[in-house]
Design a protein around this ligand. Structure first.
Ligand code: NAD
Ligand code: LMR
Length: 338
C-alpha cells in the first residue's frame, strides 16, 4: 500500500533519523473529544505524519481549523458528522477514541452499551473505505471493543493491523514505580500484559530492573500493582463526573502511534505492549491478549512470550484470564447478534 507513495525527508520524534520516511495519512475518529483534541495536536507535531484527517460527530471542522495553524509540515482537515467516508479516504492509520468516558462509580464494562455500537459502526466504515489501514483502538472497554472490530471485519480481518492501545498502563507503571524508587520514569520500562481493565491489567514488575528492590508479594508491591490496575479510577474520581483520563491518554496514544509509524518506516526492534489477536493463551480460550509485540512495516511482526514471571504474577494472571474471556466473548457475541 505504501510503495506507491512519495517519500519525505524527516527525523522521527524519538530521534530516529530517516532520510526517506513515507507519506502517511492518519485519521482520528472522535477528534473533537477530551482525548481527540490533545491527541490531534500531538499528532500534528509528529514528523512521520504527512496528513491528518480529523472526524467527529461534533466539532471536528473547528478542531481541524485550529490544529491546522500549527507550524509543522503536515496538512490537516476536519470532517463533520456526515463525512465519515471522506475522512477515511487514503488513510493508512486510524486512531479511534470515539465514545463515552466513565463517571465515578462506573466500570469500563458499563460503557459497553453505548460504545459497542459506536465502535462497530466506525469499523464498518473503515473496513469499507480503508480496509488495509492499521487500527488503534482507544474506546473502552478495550477488552471488548477490539474483538468487536475484528468480528465486524469478518473475513477481511487482518490480525497484524489491529491494536488495542494499552500504553497508558505502561506509562502509569513507569511513573508510579518511579515515585516509589526515586528512579526517573523515562528510564523505567515495565511490561504490562493481559487487558485494559482492573484485574486484567498485569504489570510484570519482576522483569523491571528498577523494581528489584521491591519484595514481590509484599505490601509495597501490592499497593503499586493495585495503583497500576486502578489508576484510571484516580482520574475519574478527581474529575468528579467530567470524564476520565484525556491528557495522559493523548500522550500515551501519540507514543504508541509514533512506535507504529517508526516501524512502518522500517525501524527495527520496536517492541511495545499492545492488546492484539494473540496465540499466547488461545488454548485457554483467550483470543486477544496484551503482551510485548514487535512492530514492523506490516504491523504486528512478532508476539513475544511472557518470559519468566514470579509466582505472585502468575496469581495476577490467573485472576486476569476469566475476566478477559468474558469481556472478549461479550464483544464477539454483540457483533454476532447485531
Ligand atoms: P469524550 O466524551 O470527551 O470524547 C469522545 C468523543 O467521541 C466526543 O467528541 C464524541 O462526539 C465522539 N463520538 C461519539 N460518537 C462518535 C461517532 N460515532 N463517531 C465519531 N465520534 C464520535 O471522551 P474521551 O474522554 O475522549 O474518551 C473517549 C473514550 O476513550 C472513552 O470510551 C474512554 O473510556 C476511552 N479511554 C480509553 C483509554 C485507554 O487507555 N484505552 C484511556 C482513556 C479513555
Ligand atoms: C484509563 O485507564 O484511564 C481509561 O481506561 C479511562 C478509564 O475509564 O479509566
Amino acid at each position: 500500500m505504501f510503495s506507491r507513495l512519495p517519500r519525505l525527508a524527516v527525523r522521527g520524534a524519538r530521534g530516529f533519523a530517516s532520510s526517506s520516511a513515507r507519506q502517511t495519512k492518519v485519521a482520528v475518529l472522535g477528534a473533537g473529544g477530551g482525548i481527540g483534541q490533545p491527541l490531534s495536536l500531538l499528532l500534528k507535531m509528529e514528523p512521520l505524519i504527512s496528513s491528518l484527517s480529523l472526524y467527529d460527530i461534533r466539532g471536528a471542522p473547528g478542531v481541524g481549523a485550529d490544529v491546522s495553524h500549527v507550524d509543522t509540515n503536515s496538512t490537516v482537515k476536519g470532517y463533520p458528522a456526515d463525512q465519515l467516508e471522506a475522512a477515511l479516504e487514503g488513510v493508512d492509520v486510524v486512531v479511534i477514541p470515539a465514545g463515552v468516558p466513565r463517571k465515578p462509580g462506573m466500570t469500563r464494562d458499563d460503557l459497553f452499551n453505548t460504545n459497542a455500537s459506536i465502535v462497530r459502526d466506525l469499523a464498518k466504515a473503515t473496513s469499507k473505505v480503508c480496509p488495509d489501514a492499521h487500527l488503534l483502538i482507544i474506546s473502552n472497554p478495550v477488552n471488548s471493543t477490539v474483538p468487536i472490530v475484528a468480528a465486524t471485519y469478518g473475513a477481511k480481518f487482518n490480525p497484524k493491523r489491529l491494536f488495542g492501545v494499552t500504553t497508558l498502563d505502561v506509562v502509569r507503571s513507569s511513573r508510579f514505580l518511579g515515585e516509589v524508587t526515586g528512579d526517573r520514569p523515562e528510564d523505567i520500562k515495565v511490561t504490562v500484559v493481559g487487558g485494559h481493565s482492573g484485574v486484567t491489567i498485569v504489570p510484570l514488575l519482576s522483569q523491571t530492573e528498577q523494581a528489584k528492590s521491591l519484595q514481590l508479594g509484599g505490601a509495597e508491591w501490592g499497593k503499586l500493582v493495585h495503583r497500576i490496575q486502578f489508576g484510571g479510577d484516580e482520574v475519574v474520581k478527581a474529575k468528579d463526573g467530567a470524564g476520565s483520563a484525556t491528557l495522559s491518554m493523548a500522550y500515551a496514544a501519540s507514543k504508541f502511534t509514533n512506535s507504529l509509524l517508526r516501524a512502518i518506516n522500517g525501524e527495527k526492534g520496536i517492541i511495545v505492549p499492545s492488546f492484539v489477536r494473540s496465540p499466547l493463551f488461545e488454548a485457554e480460550g483467550v483470543d486477544f491478549f496484551s503482551s510485548n509485540v514487535e512492530l514492523g512495516p506490516e504491523g504486528v511482526e512478532k508476539i513475544h512470550e511472557l518470559g519468566a514471571i514470579s509466582p505472585e504474577e502468575q496469581k495476577l494472571l490467573d485472576a486476569c484470564i476469566p475476566d478477559l474471556i468474558k469481556n472478549i466473548k461479550k464483544g464477539q457475541e454483540f457483533v454476532a447478534s447485531s
